[in-house]
Design a protein. Structure first.
Length: 139
């Protein structure tokens, strides 16, 4: 499964090294790994929470300005290498203009699209409580 764009819908609580493994597996008397009976419910719970975030995830709109700025930097560096020639000096100026204009354009971009109201009003809290497989109840 590919990782969602927002990485985690709910930040996981990690209590130690290989925590997810230790939540799914215990050990028997001889120290061998034994799958716990609630492992499937735990996996299903984390998959459901991961695919259905409890609150909407807000991501910034995609922008083309970073790639334009990145395209101007090699032109500047090419000009720095060949700064003794006219072409090198033109490359420095051209690359700087491209990079600075992209940086200014990126900074002047609107932060988000216009919405009908604040984000808090657009989202309604779920009324049901979700029980985590370990017996804990989340709201």
């Amino acid at each position: 499964n590919p990782t969602p764009e927002y990485n985690f819908a709910v930040a996981p609580v990690v209590n130690g090294l290989d925590d997810f493994w230790h939540q799914k597996y215990g050990s028997d008397e001889e120290g061998r790994a034994v799958r716990r009976p609630e492992a499937e419910a735990l996996i299903a719970y984390y998959e459901d929470v991961g695919l259905n975030p409890p609150v909407p995830i807000h991501l910034p709109a995609p922008s083309y300005f970073p790639i334009v700025m990145a395209a101007g930097l090699p032109i500047v560096f090419y000009g720095v290498i060949y700064h003794n020639s006219v072409v090198g000096k033109l490359a420095i100026v051209l690359g700087a203009i491209i990079s600075l204009s992209a940086l200014i354009g990126w900074g002047m971009e609107p932060l988000e699209e216009a919405t009908e109201g604040p984000h808090e009003e657009a989202y309604e809290e779920p009324q049901e409580m979700v029980e985590e497989p370990g017996g804990e109840v989340e709201e």
